[in-house]
Design a protein around this ligand. Structure first.
Ligand SMILES: *Cc1c(COP(=O)(O)O)cnc(C)c1O
Length: 425
């Protein structure tokens, strides 16, 4: 039995499902999850010392690759001064100023420890600011595991949301209206029905939690216009896209200013840190200034902030995102060409440093379309690539990530391996 298998068996005795976050368990693709021991640049090593080119990057944070020396040194230095104070520090001011300068719509920002906390707090803030309860979200978008957001569509377009997890009260879910991504007409209809009750629309400006779905032209501007017209708060959940698709995040890429933005993943550089921020008038509703309560013992943790600052410093190097986007496109275009050559039904796309792979004819634009991908074909491809030392996300419904540490050698090896696998199909 391999060490990975041994560890997985033991872990299941002490940890539900053997994992601390469900997608890690390989349930969607089958087989034994790989236990990681160490990472460096574009590579990770498992418990059996096998190496992989990593296209997951801890689900997005590791835009500089694993264990970037400058980030690690900064973290060491910060740790030596103490792990936490529960009091303000100068580094928090530094990262807050930086986020306000880099992200077009953020005038004030508050730090938290996870993306889930950021979206949960942004929703509470939007409700407190507007004095309204209802929120709109889109099927297939993931915003963390807050009760109000673990909601799926009911039957019929405009019925109230149903809990997508046991333990979420139906009353909580029923304040969330769940609509189809990219369907602006549906949003117009919902505003027609509930306009004055809608506190917020929360959206991933590029959906990255149902594989990758790009916004149709007009979708994001339409949301902006409807929210402005009805006095609702537009929340861009940029926990994944923030500093992943560009230096000004997705809102810079598409030229839309949301009222609130949530950030996470890249801004923590691999440490538990996230943030929410936006218009000053709204942010001023937060305690201790305003009436919306929000807090955290480890919020703005000095070691996490140090990792974030080191990461954000390096992504500001001129040309960083052009290079990252070009490399990511090289991967997706190369994979699509290899599939075409061998008659495999497949397509792929990249947005900045994130990408989607789809075993279907055309790029999906909705949750329903993405669900029609050939799952068996993906699972076969995933395991064949894994065997050859290339680690993609263990699910057909997750986005992939390229880091600045992925060079020509890694992309070439990935494409050559994929071509061999497509040739066998
Ligand atoms: C990852 C993610 C979250 C949740 O962040 P956690 O740090 O895992 O709680 C929220 N929204 C989006 C868009 C994400 O990709």
């Amino acid at each position: 039995m391999s060490r990975n298998q041994q560890l997985f068996e033991q872990s299941q005795k002490f940890i539900p499902g053997g994992v601390n976050s469900p997608v890690r368990a390989f349930k969607s693709v089958g087989g034994t999850p790989v236990f990681f021991r160490r990472g460096e640049g574009a590579y990770v090593w498992d418990a059996d010392d096998k190496s992989y080119i990593d296209y997951v990057g801890s689900w997005g944070p590791l835009i500089l690759g694993h264990a970037h020396p400058e980030v690690i040194d900064t973290v060491y230095a910060a740790a030596k001064n103490g792990l936490t104070f529960g009091a303000p520090t100068e580094a928090e001011l530094e990262i807050a100023e930086l986020l306000c300068r880099l992200v077009p719509s953020i005038e004030q920002v508050r730090l938290v420890s996870s993306g889930t906390e950021a979206t949960m707090s942004a929703i509470r803030l939007a409700r407190g600011y507007t004095g309204r309860n209802r929120i709109i979200k889109f099927e297939g978008c993931y915003h963390g595991h807050d009760d109000a957001l673990l909601v799926k569509a009911g039957s019929g377009a405009l019925t109230f949301g149903h809990p997508s997890s046991a333990g979420v009260p139906a009353e909580t879910a029923s304040s969330t209206v769940v609509l189809d991504y990219n369907d602006l007409a549906g949003v117009e209809q919902a505003f027609g029905q509930f306009g004055a009750e809608i506190a917020a629309v929360i959206v991933e400006p590029v959906a990255g939690n149902m594989n990758l779905i790009a916004p149709r032209p007009g979708f994001l501007p339409g949301l902006r216009e409807l929210c402005t017209r009805h006095g609702s708060v537009l929340i861009f959940d940029e926990v994944m896209t923030g500093f992943r698709v560009g230096l000004e995040c997705a809102q810079g890429l598409y030229g839309i200013k949301p009222d609130l933005t949530t950030l996470g993943k890249v801004i923590g550089g691999g440490m538990p840190m996230a943030a929410f921020g936006g218009r000053r008038e709204i942010m001023q509703c937060l305690a201790p200034v305003g009436a919306v309560y929000q807090a955290g013992t480890l919020s703005g943790n000095p070691v996490a902030v140090a990792a974030g600052l080191a990461t954000l410093k390096l992504v500001q190097v001129p040309g960083f995102y052009d290079k990252l986007a070009a490399r990511t496109r090289e991967l997706t275009e190369g994979l699509a060409a290899a599939a075409r050559k061998h008659g495999v039904v497949f397509c792929a796309q990249a947005v900045g440093g994130m990408f989607g792979l789809y075993f279907r004819e055309t790029l999906p634009e909705s949750y329903t379309e993405v669900m029609s991908c050939n799952r068996d074909a993906f699972n076969g491809f995933f395991h064949a690539m894994l065997e050859e030392g290339i680690y993609f996300a263990p699910s057909a419904f997750e986005a992939g990530f390229v880091s600045a540490a992925h060079g020509d050698a890694e992309i070439s090896k990935t494409l050559a391996t994929a071509e061999q696998i497509f040739a066998r199909e």
